[in-house]
Design a protein around this ligand. Structure first.
Ligand code: PXP
Length: 244
């Protein structure tokens, strides 16, 4: 198949995590978003969590005002988040599961098990012209449920692949590859993300059916050592090299 350019969505949540550690205005995630775009990001991703532990309502408002690239708004399927999404009308909304005590989004959304509950959110977002994505584990059952719901995009959770080592990591990579192929064959636009780093990105970026990767925590951490623009540019280079 033709190898389209793989888009990079840079997740800026953890610029806000550092800012919030002091409760002041620095560092500003909106400024980071501008730098990310200069360095090669095709879009900006931000997760407004229910507990507002990193990105704030004001950040989403400011990003909606100033961004020159698509905003991918990550949200739990709740009425509060739906109202915020409908107010700002981001380019895309990615529905993610959320548990208050978790350190990060630990697993994919159970689309198959929550079909009826999710339908209301998917339909309302689509009616507003927002491109809906569902964040799921690499499973055909979840992909079939996403198709049933009418979601145009799914994002495959790469967190387990990034954490594992050796053979189990290769097995998880195969699960991701099969899921990406299956979802693509069903007409879904396929994205992937979570936990990706320089050492793990290439085999994922090489999957020709993928249209977008969303990467955050590693890039913000790496920026401490090499700067944000250089870190993003290196990730972009690895992705392009894997696609070549
Ligand atoms: N994609 C989704 C749906 C996510 O929830 C996250 C984390 O907010 C990411 C991608 C980015 O993950 P990481 O920060 O580990 O790169």
């Amino acid at each position: 198949m033709r190898r389209n350019k793989l888009r990079l969505g840079v997740n800026i949540d953890h610029v806000a995590t550092i800012r919030n550690a002091r409760g002041i205005r620095h560092p500003d995630p909106v400024r980071a978003a501008g730098l990310a775009v200069r360095a090669g990001a095709d879009g900006i991703t931000a997760h407004l969590r229910e507990d507002r532990r990193h990105i704030s309502d004001e950040d989403i408002a400011a990003l909606s005002d100033v961004l020159t690239v698509p905003l991918n708004f990550e949200m739990a399927a709740t009425d509060e988040m739906l109202e915020i999404a409908l107010r700002h009308k981001p380019h895309a909304a990615c529905l993610v599961p959320e548990k208050r005590q978790e350190l990060t989004t630990e697993g994919g959304l159970d689309v198959a098990g929550q079909h009826n509950r999710l339908k209301h959110y998917v339909d309302a977002l689509k009616r507003a012209g927002i491109r809906v994505s569902l964040f799921i584990d690499p499973s055909n059952e979840q992909l079939d449920a996403a198709v049933d719901l009418g979601a145009p995009v799914t994002e495959i959770h790469t967190g387990a692949y990034c954490e594992l080592v050796g053979e189990p990591q290769q097995e998880e990579l195969e699960r991701i590859r099969k899921a990406v192929q299956y979802g693509h064959s069903k007409g879904l636009e396929m994205h992937a993300g979570h936990g990706l780093a320089y050492e793990t990105v290439s085999p994922v970026a090489a999957m020709p059916e993928l249209a977008e990767l969303n990467i955050g925590h590693f890039l913000i951490g790496e920026a401490i050592f090499h700067g944000l623009e250089a870190s993003i540019a290196e990730m972009r280079r690895l992705m392009d090299e894997a696609r070549a």
